[in-house]
Design a protein around this ligand. Sequence first.
Ligand code: KE4
Length: 428
Amino acid sequence: MMTREKSRQLFAAALQLIPGGVNSPVRAFRAVGGEPFFAERAAGARVWDVDGNAYIDYVGTWGPAILGHAPAPVVEAIQRTAALGTSFGIPNPLEVRMAELIRAAVPSVQKVRMCSSGTEATMSAIRLARGFTGRPKILKFDGCYHGHADSLLVRAGSGALTFGQPDSAGVPASFTEHTLVAPFNDEAAVRALFAANPGTMAGIIVEPVPGNAGLYPPRPGFLEFLREITRETGALLIFDEVMTGFRLALGGAQQIYGLTPDLSCFGKIIGGGLPVGAFGGRAEIMDHLAPLGPVYQAGTLSGNPVAMAAGLATLQELAAANAYARLEALGAQLEAGLRDAARSAGVPVQFNRVGSMFCGYFTSDPVHNLADALRSDRQRFAKYFHGLLDAGVYLAPSQFEAGFISLAHTPADIDATIAAAAGVLRTL
Ligand code: KE4
């Protein structure tokens, strides 16, 4: 049995100093019970806690660690760049290189603006959509999480959903009156909202593969429908690819599904674990941003050289041969093994996966949207989570998060995970 005494002591101290003892709510284990472990170090597919326990890691710092933890090219790029200055607040060559790489990988992005988080990216993209169209309303989908900007904390996923408060206190109704919400994969609901709000829709913001209520893929044709209705009505289609960008393919979900959004948001992987966000799209839209246009957006550390170096090193590794084929093979191996383990244990599990993103829901019925996800057995998930944790496998500490496989995971790691899961499933 693992002991986590040092983590327990650290958490007790943290609780006196930091709200909930954490700097981001989902880390607090409130959705699964118990207390979080404190990370000492991470390398490759593993993290070690301060008590020396090792875990095969499927959280990957919520997506950025697609190469695995502390990849040598990224660590070296950070060290080399930091020695030249950690921040300038002056344009630097790495920002240009990053913009070139993003544009080369994502053809819908003619121009891109760097920022320091996914929240900043989506918040800015929405402001830009409203400034470009001169219209107020934005449609989002329930269970989708786009960061914690006021107007987007409406029926949001991830940590907001985990705590049963998808709408946050402190956000006046007037701040969200222009935020419309529809169920994901529901064309009729989207059509009805557009019909009820003629000429006022600035855009739709969507996670093309929602990963903040677990994971459920778009039904065939749904994303194409969103592209069509926005084109027909002059609203902008904004793909929030903070999680899926450079994760599902070098060109993200839009490459997988063959679609061209008007704006795209990025984060996580493009920072290689350092604070980076970005948003980009058609030049005629992006040129509405200050200092060229009337839509203001700014950031002290936007395009920070050290963060750019970490992101560039990550993207360069991802551009290497067959990275995504390797991730797909590992994902398929995990999916096949976990499906077999659940079947052998007689435990109903719906396993959703797109590439190296996955989620297992404890339910007999398919999961296509938030309502389906909410019908899953979260108590069973909590037991499964802790059983795996004690077996040295770290899943996201919430049913409403996605899992991530990295290029550092090996087929042997996947087999060990499946064996651990099979043992835990038999106890549920
Ligand atoms: P950040 O502001 O946390 O960098 O990004 C917000 C964001 C925007 N869009 C999507 C699709 C996202 O998944 C996120 C952040 N993801 C969560 C994990 N589900 C971050 C984890 C956390 O809140 O601690």
